[in-house]
Design a protein around this ligand. Structure first.
Ligand SMILES: O=c1ccn([C@@H]2O[C@H](COP(=O)(O)O)[C@@H](O)[C@H]2O)c(=O)[nH]1
Length: 236
């Protein structure tokens, strides 16, 4: 049974050392943040690590960004949901039919399915990256067009950058959830992220959930950074 988490922060657990990840998790309370498991930790440590976090009462976002034919994607989402996670995702560029099939499979198999969201344009990409893919739109235009498709498919929201949050809330309404990586507290390393925003600016722009990885996990004192972010947002 998970505890209600009031903070919008989702800590991205991108570790290659399970003991380091567990050491951080042991310092956290499910009321302070949600947790994200991505491709690195899932590939290294598998479903067992996800079950461990769920058993500790955390809301877990399993960020595997499924992108495949509709039947395969739907079955992968159902398998993810069986782990008891709070949120799963697919790539919106997998198309309307793929997203609708995944959504229906979750609804058919679970009384309370996890949230299902669509990834739009990765926060590590800017105009020039899209141009190299032959996409003649700005990131904001491409995000709006993919998010519109995600909403049409009946999903709960999208992964986007906070830079598109204001526009998306205007275009798609307040109940369509916006999960935003690329969050950088002032002064932290940008790394490979290109469309970034600070936590408080992101919330003011309309982000519902803030995904924060390295600024917390690589910090000398991760708990201090998390507490500072939560305090800056008025939580705890
Ligand atoms: O567009 C996206 C989609 C997913 N991510 C993931 O979020 C975290 C961000 O970590 P930082 O260390 O805060 O950069 C990471 O797990 C990514 O895989 C993203 O960054 N952008």
């Amino acid at each position: 049974m998970s505890t209600t988490c009031l903070s919008p922060v989702i800590v991205a657990l991108d570790f290659n050392d399970i003991e380091a990840a567990k050491n951080l998790v042991e310092q956290l309370e499910p009321s302070q943040c949600r947790l994200k498991v991505g491709k690195e930790m899932f590939t290294l440590f598998g479903p067992e690590f996800v079950r461990f976090l769920v058993a500790k009462g955390f809301d877990v976002f399993l960020d595997l960004k499924f992108h495949d034919i509709p039947a395969t994607t739907a079955k992968a989402c159902v398998a993810a949901a069986k782990l008891g996670v709070w949120m799963v995702n697919v790539h919106a560029s997998g198309g309307l039919n793929m997203m609708q099939t995944a959504k229906k499979a979750l609804a058919d198999n679970f009384e309370n399915p996890p949230m299902l969201i669509g990834v739009t344009v990765l926060t590590s990409m800017d105009d020039s990256d899209l141009q190299k893919l032959g996409i003649a739109k700005s990131p904001a235009e491409q995000v709006v067009s993919l998010a519109t498709l995600v909403k049409e498919a009946g999903l709960d929201g999208v992964v986007c950058s906070a830079q598109e949050a204001n526009l998306l809330k205007q275009e798609l309404g307040s109940s369509f959830k916006l999960v935003t990586p690329g969050i950088r507290p002032a002064g932290s390393d940008v790394g490979d992220q290109k469309r970034i925003m600070t936590p408080s600016d992101a919330i003011n722009a309309g982000s519902d959930y803030l995904v924060i990885g390295r600024p917390i996990t690589q910090a000398e004192n991760p708990m201090q950074v998390l507490n500072q972010v939560n305090q800056s947002l008025g939580f705890k």
